[in-house]
Design a protein around this ligand. Structure first.
Ligand code: ATP
Ligand code: MG
Length: 568
């Protein structure tokens, strides 16, 4: 099986574009990008793609990438979100010196809007939003010009300034660009540049009563900062002519401090079994369907981090899938296989039993005081990394195994513990099942074994083989832990595909909390947030806040390899 990291990464057409730009001397060989989230929610795995595209492009060409908060809507934005975004971008591995804010440019944007009005390129419309959008028409439907479209510039300028001063109610007036109400691209049918909002802005407070729209703010912010390559997702494709139109006007007026920036769109990241819409994620949180933005089942960076995903493996995944202009949905198993490959290299092995069944060694020795002898067995911390060394674990006359590692009446090809069968206990001894106790209902309560003292360390001097090596935890030394197991939050590959509502595919039982798990004593030393491999069970992340709670990051089996095989 080849690790996904051994495979060549997919193409990145944006890199190719920069190479071409540099060859022609466009932008004077400069590369400047920005990652522009709106601080109205937490970042998710889709944003991780945009972040890597923006930051890696700048790095590849020795340029710069800024984190810019696109904070143009006071009603939904909050400093809490902004702070979390800075933190998440840093966690993903990218340095943000000083974030910048669209709100820092409100004054400049306002002045440019005034110039547009003065030059007959914008006007104040007093119709309501519904009327304006009805008049926009549609494909094959002509647009209808607003009765205010040809009002004198002085009148618009006066109204616009009074809008800023808070004289008018929310929604009562807008500033519109005067472009072409019959344009085949709806975006150019006199788009709105400013709307009135009386809400409290997270940075400018009550200072502004008018706020720029995304389209008016975005390209102009790029221009102010000296962005060269303004990368965004494909749904902005139809906005590009408007992006260019605004900048063309400013360029003509001699207002641009740098080369005119250029927008380029790339495909969104979509994953199977995953929803990456901020609005839907917010609904999950608000309706209490998950434990919060950082629930380990959430595709947010906070959730993935809590789940134990290494930031590196998210970056490796993003680079592997590449950057193209074709929308597609990647398999979540592919992302998981990057996570598994990295964790296999870095995560130390430990033994834990999730659903414990007691085993007693009938021939285990006792010391002079009659207490069972305690042996220390040596265990390898990570077979993939000799530098991680070894540790010891106590072994004595009573230990825990998984309930499903014993069967009183096994089916064919069951090689684990069963009456008469000998198995290896990892790093300890060979034991042979000699019987079991059951309760009145026939449930197995306890298993009896004998051990072979000659097999210390887990090998028989006579060379005899066993078919199974099992993990175990000494009963007298175990630490109690809780473990959260996770299934897909959305059971369907494409959530909502069948009914149109993603919530119909939500698996309410996607978390199973096991509170009576047993682990070897050294588990008490695993640092909060660290990920270890529980032998035979998967990778588990120690909760950062709640001691002795472990989240299963991923299982051990590479399901992506299986999917690839199935698909031939
Ligand atoms: P919304 O517009 O619903 O608030 P958004 O996902 O567009 O949500 P933004 O904060 O505007 O959120 O996104 C910041 C940047 O991340 C944008 O450039 C956007 O194109 C990009 N982005 C968002 N979702 C994805 C995704 N699934 N794949 C790739 N890039 C994405
Ligand atoms: Mg957006």
């Amino acid at each position: 099986m080849s690790a996904p990291t051994d495979r060549p990464a997919a193409a990145n057409f944006v890199s190719d574009l920069v190479v071409a730009d540099n060859a022609q001397g466009t932008f004077g060989g400069r590369v400047q990008t920005r990652f522009p989230p709106e601080p109205n929610g937490y970042l998710h795995i889709g944003h991780a793609k945009a972040i890597t595209v923006d930051f890696e492009l700048a790095r590849e060409f020795g340029g710069q990438c800024k984190l810019r908060f696109d904070d143009t809507n006071p009603d939904t934005e909050d400093t809490t979100y902004a702070d979390a975004i800075v933190d998440d971008v840093a966690w993903l591995g990218y340095t943000v010196d000083e974030p910048v804010y669209t709100s820092d440019y409100f004054e400049q944007l306002f002045r440019w809007a005034e110039m547009f009005i003065e030059q007959g390129l914008a006007y104040v419309d007093e119709q309501d939003g519904e009327t304006i959008s009805a008049q926009r028409g549609g494909y094959g439907n002509p647009g209808v010009e607003s009765p205010h479209r040809d009002r004198p510039s002085e009148e618009s300028l006066d109204l616009f300034r009074r809008m800023r001063d808070g004289e008018f109610a929310d929604g009562s007036k807008v500033l519109r660009a005067k472009i072409d109400m019959q344009h085949e691209n709806m975006q150019l049918r006199d788009p709105v540049m400013y709307r009135i909002r009386s809400g409290h802005h997270h940075r400018t407070g009550e200072a502004w009563k008018v706020y720029p729209t995304y389209d008016w703010a975005h390209g102009q912010s790029d221009a102010i900062e000296g962005v060269t390559h303004s990368l965004c997702t494909l749904e902005f494709d139809s906005h590009r002519p408007l992006y260019d139109w605004y900048l063309d006007q400013l360029a003509r007026m001699g207002e641009l401090p740098f080369e005119q920036p250029r927008q380029t769109e790339f495909a969104r990241l979509e994953l199977t079994h995953t929803v990456t819409s901020k609005r839907k994620l917010l609904q999950l949180v608000e309706q209490g369907l998950v434990d919060g933005w950082d629930d380990p089942r959430m595709p947010t960076l906070r959730g993935l981090r809590k789940r134990g995903y290494p930031a590196e493996s998210i970056r490796e995944f993003c680079s592997f899938i590449g950057v193209s202009r074709t929308n597609s949905r990647n398999e979540i198993e592919l992302l998981e296989s990057f996570v598994r490959t990295r964790l296999n290299r870095v995560a130390q092995r430990r033994m834990a039993v999730l659903r414990p069944l007691e085993v007693v060694i009938d021939n285990w020795p006792v010391d002079d005081s009659g207490a069972p002898v305690v042996e220390q067995v040596e265990l390898v911390n990570n077979p993939e990394n000799a530098d991680d060394g070894t540790r010891t674990a106590p072994f004595s006359g009573r230990f825990w195994i998984e309930q499903d590692d014993f069967m009183a009446e096994p089916p064919p090809k069951y090689y684990r513990l069963t009456p008469g069968r000998e198995v290896r206990l990892r790093g300890a001894f060979f034991v042979t099942c000699v019987g079991f106790d059951s309760d009145d209902d026939g449930n197995v309560e306890r298993v009896h074994v004998t051990y072979d003292p000659e097999t210390r360390g887990g090998n028989a001097p006579d060379g005899r083989k066993v078919k199974s090596t099992m993990h175990w935890v000494s009963a007298d030394h175990a630490v109690d832990i809780s473990v959260a197991l996770y299934e897909r939050l959305f059971s369907a590959e494409v959530p909502g595909e069948a009914t149109g509502d993603v919530f119909d595919d939500l698996d309410a039982n996607s978390r199973e909390l096991l509170t009576e798990c047993k682990a070897e004593p050294s588990l008490a030393d695993v640092a909060p947030g660290d990920v270890v491999q529980f032998e035979r069970l998967g990778y588990f992340a120690h909760d950062a806040d709640q001691p002795r709670l472990f989240h299963r990051t991923v299982g051990l089996r590479d399901e992506w390899a299986n999917i690839q095989k199935r698909k031939g």
